[in-house]
Design a protein around this ligand. Structure first.
Ligand code: FES
Length: 105
């Protein structure tokens, strides 16, 4: 599946990601700027915060309680489309998902 990462300056990079990886892992592997992922994907650092394209947010399962709690601790304000990218598992259904990287983590 293809995942697109948009930066605050509007620049976008798209990658073919293996299903089963998280949106965070794919970003780290591809060297996408602005995804820090201090905790390595355990939903305890909130430095992998992304804004999911509002038109696509319904494709994602609702956040689990730990993700939901961490989303209250993001450096940039939480929005309705805020998610932790380490908790988004890439699946075929998510092909062409677009996420925007916040200004800070
Ligand atoms: Fe730490 Fe996602 S990598 S919460």
């Amino acid at each position: 599946p293809k995942i697109t990462y948009v930066q605050q300056d509007g620049s976008a990079e798209s990658f073919d990601v293996q299903a089963g990886m998280s949106v965070m892992e794919a970003a780290i592997e591809a060297g996408v700027g602005g995804i820090v992922a201090e905790c390595g994907g355990n939903a305890i650092c909130a430095t992998c915060h992304v804004y999911v394209d509002p038109g696509q947010i319904e494709k994602l399962p609702l956040p689990q309680a730990d993700e939901d709690a961490m989303l209250d601790n993001t450096a940039c304000p939480r929005a309705e489309n805020s998610r932790l990218s380490c908790q988004i598992e890439v699946t075929e259904e998510l092909d062409s998902l677009t996420v925007t990287v916040p200004e800070e983590q």
